[in-house]
Design a binder for this molecule. Structure first.
Ligand SMILES: Cc1cc2nc3c(=O)[nH]c(=O)nc-3n(C[C@H](O)[C@H](O)[C@H](O)COP(=O)(O)O)c2cc1C
Length: 340
């Protein structure tokens, strides 16, 4: 327990939060963007929402660091996404000096071969045959892999035989070698990438750069994509956006050219409902001017100022936003999207 005290300050600041759409005059539920794992014990596959991708990013997170890391990685690659969630909701793994988290890890350490050592997780529709590569994003607990992710891998690790396995681990300060050992024990026949990525909780703000650099190093040839560039015109000025190499980006590309009558909201975004695109939402703490996002599966949002706190699927991004706010103006505006 003494070791644990060292991390208390940093962890305490990371209390779980809930996304809320209530302040926004748009349709949607508070967790509209979360992957659809809901029913404990229901074996009906519900997650991932979209299948057919060759890469799966699977994440578990208690204080949202792994969630942010997975979200950052997914701005760089095209992949399906799967969230692992404990069956019992609302557990505070950090309460009473991390008593619950500690006892779960101890139970697994004491008897790693028994299913009863692993905490129950919600049913997921994991379909290993859909994937060549599985990237696991997990917190470290007591130098081990967080217990709920171990539960997922205890159940499905054998079905990942022969697949390329990547591991991204976040901790406050402890090194990740024992988490790698857990992963190799639970996926005995996985083809592990030569390097795992370790992101300390203090580095999560740089997750986009860290995950992109790691991914490109691990998969050097897969980074060669033909960019889908879109000319966006409003208020007599044009901007260039690059679309995501994802189902969402490709589907939007397929609808172009498109002129949207976009509504003003909050002094930082223009939005337009009625454009349905494949949805793979993630919670965004922050979005920036130039972010072109899908909200609620059928609403295109173009940000011209900083915002955040909702779930979106990224469609693309305008890199150079100089003059964007002025071009979009303060009211509703007609915006044209066309292939460049
Ligand atoms: C039960 C529990 C045990 C933890 N044990 C450690 C530890 O041994 N070493 C460490 O550096 N961080 C430890 N942490 C901190 C987390 O690894 C770190 O905050 C991580 O970034 C959390 O990821 P998350 O936000 O995705 O849950 C622990 C956190 C919890 C909840």
């Amino acid at each position: 327990m003494k070791l644990l005290q060292l991390f208390l300050t940093g962890w305490a600041a990371l209390a779980p939060f809930t996304a809320s759409c209530s302040a926004e005059p748009k349709a949607g539920t508070p967790d509209a963007g979360k992957p659809d794992v809901t029913e404990t014990g229901d074996e009906t596959p519900q997650n991932p929402g979209t299948t057919g991708g060759k890469t799966l990013v699977v994440w578990y997170s208690f204080t949202h660091n792994s969630e942010k890391i997975a979200s950052a990685l997914l701005t760089h690659i095209s992949a399906d996404v799967l969230e692992v969630e404990p069956a019992e909701e609302g557990l505070d793994y950090a309460a009473n000096n991390y008593a619950i988290g500690s006892s779960q890890i101890e139970a697994i350490r004491d008897n790693p071969g028994s299913a009863s050592s692993y905490p129950a997780i919600k049913a997921v529709g994991f379909q290993p045959d859909n994937y060549d590569t599985i990237i696991i994003v997990t917190p470290l607990w007591w130098s081990q892999m967080a217990a709920p992710m171990q539960s997922f891998l205890f159940k499905y690790g054998a079905s990942m035989a022969g697949k390329t396995i990547g591991l991204i681990v976040t901790s406050a300060s402890s090194g990740i070698s024992d988490v790698e050992k857990d992963a190799k024990r639970l996926i005995p026949q996985g083809k592990f990438l030569p390097e795992s990525l370790w992101i300390r909780s203090s580095q999560v703000g740089s997750a986009a750069q860290l995950t992109a650099a790691w991914y490109d190093k691990m998969f050097p040839t897969q980074n060669e994509t033909t960019a889908m560039k879109v000319k966006i015109t409003a208020g007599g000025k044009s901007f260039t956006a690059e679309l995501e190499d994802s189902e969402t980006g490709k589907s939007f590309w397929g609808k172009l050219p498109l002129t949207l009558e976009m509504s003003e909201l909050n002094g930082n975004e223009k939005y337009c409902y009625g454009v349905s695109l494949p949805r793979k939402d993630l919670f965004y703490d922050t979005v920036a001017a130039g972010d072109l996002m899908l909200y609620s599966g059928n609403c295109v949002v173009l940000f011209y100022g900083a915002a955040g706190g909702y779930s979106y699927t990224r469609i693309g991004k305008i890199a150079n936003v100089t003059g964007l706010a002025a071009a979009l103006g303060t009211g509703d505006v007609s915006v044209k999207f066309e292939k460049q």
